[in-house]
Design a protein around this ligand. Structure first.
Ligand code: 13P
Length: 339
C-alpha cells in the first residue's frame, strides 16, 4: 500500500475552496434525470452531457475531483480526448463509482446492502489503468418505523470497509459513503442518533480492516430533518448538529469530509455547507461531493440542446463557485442573484 499516494490524492480531493462533482449516475439514474428534461438516455446523450460538465471553462478553480460512472470512464470528449485525461489535465482528479448498487438485504424487510465486492480487486486494477485515482461506494440506510436495524448498519459498514481496503491495496483512494436517507418524516434528532450509530459502526470496521484513515475521504449525509417532517430544522441547527456528530465520530486523521446533497435543494445544500464552515475550525476539511445540488440547474438549462451548452455551463459554473466559496465559509445568499 502506497500510503503517500493515497494521502496525497485524498488531500487534493478536499483542497481548500474546492469540492467534488458527483457525476456517476448509473444508467438507471441518469435515465430518470434525462426523463425530467425529455431527453432520451442514449450513450451519446450521456456522453454529451458529461462532456458539457467536464469542459466547463474555469470550473477547475472550484472542482477538485469528479466521480464517473464506469461507462463514462471509457468515453471521450467530442474531439477524442479520454475523459480521465481531460480531467487530469485540468487538475481535476478523476474517480470512479465501483459499487453495484443497494440491493434488498436478506431477512431485513425494507433495508438494503450495497453489492459489488465480487471481482472488485480485478476491476480496480482496470480502473486504475484507465486513470481513476479515487473510487466511491455508497451504502444506504433508511430511517422508518423500527429502522434501521443493527443488522443493516453492521452489514453495510462491513462491506464499506472491505471495499475501502481493496481500493487502498490498488493505490486508489476510497470515498467511504454511508448515507442515511432524508426521505422520512423523522426529526433532526432521530437523524442525529442514527447518523452517529452508522458512523461509529463504519469507523469501527475501517479500523478492524486496517484502512488508512489519512488515505480516504468520508462522504456522509448532513444531519437534517426528514423531508416529510413538519418541523424543519434551521440552517444553523443543521450545521451545528452535523459538525457535533462528526466531532463525536470521525477521527481527525481523516483529511476531509465531502457531503452528499441527498435531495436538498441546490441553494439549501450550499447554505448548510457554508454555515458549517462559518462555525470555525474543524479537524477536517468540510466540503461537497454533490450530484443533484451541483447539476440540477445545468441539466435544466441544457435540455438536451447543443445550442444551450454554454448556458448550461454557466449554470454549472455558478453552482460550483458558490459551493467552493461555501467550503471556506465565504458564501452569502446575495451571491445567488449574480447568476
Ligand atoms: P447527491 O448529492 O445527489 O445526493 O448525490 C451524491 C452522490 O454521489 C450519492 O451517492
Amino acid at each position: 500500500m502506497d500510503e503517500k499516494v493515497l494521502a496525497e490524492t485524498a488531500r487534493k480531493m478536499v483542497a481548500p475552496g474546492r469540492g467534488i462533482l458527483a457525476a456517476d449516475e448509473s444508467t438507471g439514474t441518469i435515465k430518470k434525470r434525462f426523463d425530467s428534461i425529455d431527453v432520451e438516455s442514449t450513450e451519446e446523450h450521456r456522453r454529451a452531457y458529461r462532456d458539457l460538465l467536464f469542459t466547463t471553462p474555469g470550473v477547475e478553480e472550484y472542482i477538485s475531483g469528479a466521480i464517473l460512472f464506469e461507462e463514462t470512464l471509457f468515453q471521450a470528449t467530442s474531439d477524442g480526448t479520454p475523459f480521465p485525461k481531460l480531467l487530469a489535465d485540468r487538475g481535476i482528479v478523476p474517480g470512479i463509482k465501483v459499487d453495484k448498487g443497494a440491493k434488498p438485504l436478506a431477512g431485513a424487510e425494507g433495508e438494503t446492502v450495497t453489492e459489488g465486492l465480487d471481482g472488485l480487486r480485478e476491476r480496480l486494477t482496470a480502473f486504475r489503468e484507465a486513470g481513476a485515482l479515487f473510487a466511491k461506494w455508497r451504502a444506504v440506510i433508511t430511517i422508518a418505523d423500527g429502522l434501521p436495524s443493527e443488522y443493516a448498519i453492521a452489514t453495510n459498514a462491513h462491506a464499506l470497509a472491505r471495499y475501502a481496503a481493496l481500493c487502498q491495496e490498488a493505490g486508489i483512494t476510497p470515498i467511504v459513503e454511508p448515507e442515511v436517507l432524508m426521505d422520512g418524516d423523522n426529526t433532526i434528532g432521530v437523524c442525529e442518533a442514527v447518523t452517529r450509530q452508522v458512523l461509529d459502526a463504519t469507523f469501527e470496521e475501517l479500523r478492524l480492516q486496517r484502512v488508512l484513515l489519512e488515505g480516504m475521504v468520508l462522504k456522509p449525509n448532513m444531519v437534517i430533518s426528514g423531508k416529510k417532517c413538519p418541523q424543519q430544522a434551521s440552517v444553523n441547527e443543521v450545521a451545528e448538529a452535523t459538525v457535533r456528530t462528526l466531532r463525536r465520530c470521525v477521527p481527525s486523521a481523516v483529511p476531509g469530509v465531502a457531503f452528499l446533497s441527498g435531495g436538498q435543494s441546490d441553494e439549501l445544500a450550499t447554505q448548510h455547507l457554508d454555515a458549517m464552515n462559518k462555525l470555525g475550525s474543524a479537524p477536517w476539511a468540510l466540503t461537497f461531493s454533490y450530484g443533484r445540488a451541483l447539476q440540477a440547474p445545468a441539466l435544466k438549462a441544457w435540455g438536451g440542446k447543443s445550442e444551450r451548452v454554454e448556458a448550461a455551463q454557466k449554470a454549472f459554473f455558478h453552482r460550483a463557485k458558490l459551493n467552493g466559496l461555501a467550503a471556506t465559509g465565504r458564501y452569502s445568499e446575495a451571491m445567488e442573484e449574480a447568476a
